[in-house]
Ligand binder design. Structure first.
Ligand SMILES: NC(=O)c1ccc[n+]([C@@H]2O[C@H](COP(=O)([O-])OP(=O)(O)OC[C@H]3O[C@@H](n4cnc5c(N)ncnc54)[C@H](OP(=O)(O)O)[C@@H]3O)[C@@H](O)[C@H]2O)c1
Length: 366
């Protein structure tokens, strides 16, 4: 967390990129990736050069480093690490992107990305100008994590008198999901790692209770925090926590499978795995379990961003960021995230914007 930000005014001759060196065995470690310096090729027609401003650090990176069956293919060995971020267009030979445009999408873990729709996994989208919020907000409270929370809570459809449980409750998705469920009148119980995080979830985020998953008695504590059972489960953890919660489901409960971070270190070989032994409770309680991938619902992003901006702007929604400075720190930031050492949205601040000088890079700088 010591590197200073890249000098945005320097001429672009070389790119620095984190490439996948090997697939992690168990927990990801920084040595799984390698920082390489390489020349920037001259642009061709239909291409733009995008300087990364911020990178979003997220649990899904661990999936992509491995070879699990997932919603996107594994990152190839030797390829630039896949990652979502916000960048500024610094050179362009595209009709639809001009220098100074701020763009969002899969820019990768690198200083510069060639925006070429024929080569990228998904086209980058141009954000509104002037940018209505700090740059980092577009991978946080106005970006995919908060939109995931919004769509997931919409599916759970919590009502007053009901109980919603949220795992990874202090994280970027969970913190927003719990607050949104609370705004809909439900009793909200969080699950987080460690007493300090649990205090933060209750005292700062306004959840009704929070259970420490690292406490050896977590299962009994969870039962005690759920005297009326579970009507909605916003599931970020998977593994034993999900299995335990299945036994607490009420009739007609809803389970939103947002993530299964407890399982992301799997080798992908499930042959000897016991799995969810309580899965029968979906049947017995006539519950509905649904998986969500936020990018499947781009049609609802404007609605979600509008609602989140309103709630955040009016102070009804608290949004926290942990900011790490410098591209060099991206792998250790991911290790910290997966170890549960961060709260809120984890951002790598890569470069100050040069085309919109003075515009805040992160929400804490606003
Ligand atoms: N479906 C979608 O479209 C979508 C989009 C974005 C993110 N997600 C998912 O949302 C979840 C949150 O992701 P994020 O990127 O925002 O990260 P995050 O919640 O900010 O950080 C991940 C958190 O997971 C918790 N965790 C780590 N290991 C765990 C374990 N073994 N058991 C239970 N919890 C564990 C840690 O919190 P504690 O130590 O406090 O428990 C850690 O802080 C992930 O499951 C991710 O895959 C899904």
């Amino acid at each position: 967390m010591t590197n200073s930000l890249a000098d945005s005014s320097a001429e672009v001759t070389a790119n620095r990129a984190w490439r996948l060196r090997r697939r992690p065995a168990g927990a990801a470690v920084p040595g799984d990736l390698e920082l390489v310096s390489e020349p920037v090729a001259p642009l061709e027609d239909g291409q733009a050069l995008v300087r990364t401003l911020v990178l979003s650090v997220e649990a899904a990176s661990r999936i992509w480093m491995g070879h699990q069956r997932a919603f996107m293919p594994p990152v190839d060995l030797g390829a630039v690490m896949r990652g979502v971020g916000i960048g500024e267009v610094v050179q362009s030979r595209r009709e639809d992107m001009k220098v100074g445009d701020i763009v969002a999408g899969f820019v990768g873990w690198q200083e510069f990305c060639c925006a070429d729709d024929r080569r990228l996994e998904a086209p980058l989208s141009v954000l509104p100008s002037p940018l209505p919020a700090p740059v980092s907000a577009f991978v946080g409270i106005l970006g995919h994590p908060a939109i995931t929370a919004y769509l997931g809570v919409d599916f759970l459809d919590p009502r007053p008198g009901q109980t919603v449980v949220v795992s990874a409750a202090a994280g970027s998705v969970g913190s927003i999901a719990g607050q949104l469920a609370k705004l809909r009148g439900a009793r909200v119980v969080g699950i987080a790692g460690g007493p300090a995080k649990c205090r933060h979830v209750v005292e700062d985020l306004g959840f009704d209770a929070c259970v420490d998953r690292k406490d050896p008695d977590w299962a009994a504590l969870l039962d005690a925090a759920l005297p009326d059972g579970v009507d909605g489960d916003f599931e970020n953890a998977g593994g034993p926590i999900l299995d335990h919660l299945l036994m607490r489901l009420n009739l007609n409960a809803r389970v939103l499978l947002c993530g299964e971070v407890a399982q992301y270190d799997d080798s992908g070989d499930r042959s000897g795995w016991q799995g969810l032994v309580n899965i029968d409770q979906i049947h017995m309680q006539r519950a509905t379990m649904r998986g969500l991938i936020v990018t499947d619902h781009l049609d609802r992003w404007p609605e979600a961003i509008g609602a989140l901006a309103e709630l955040w702007g009016s102070g009804q929604l608290r949004y926290d960021e942990t900011v790490v400075s410098g591209l060099d720190e991206a792998p250790s930031a991911l290790t910290d995230l997966l170890a549960g050492d961060t709260t809120g949205k984890l951002i790598v601040a890569v470069a100050e914007p040069s085309t919109i000088p003075g515009h805040p890079l992160t929400t804490s700088a606003a």
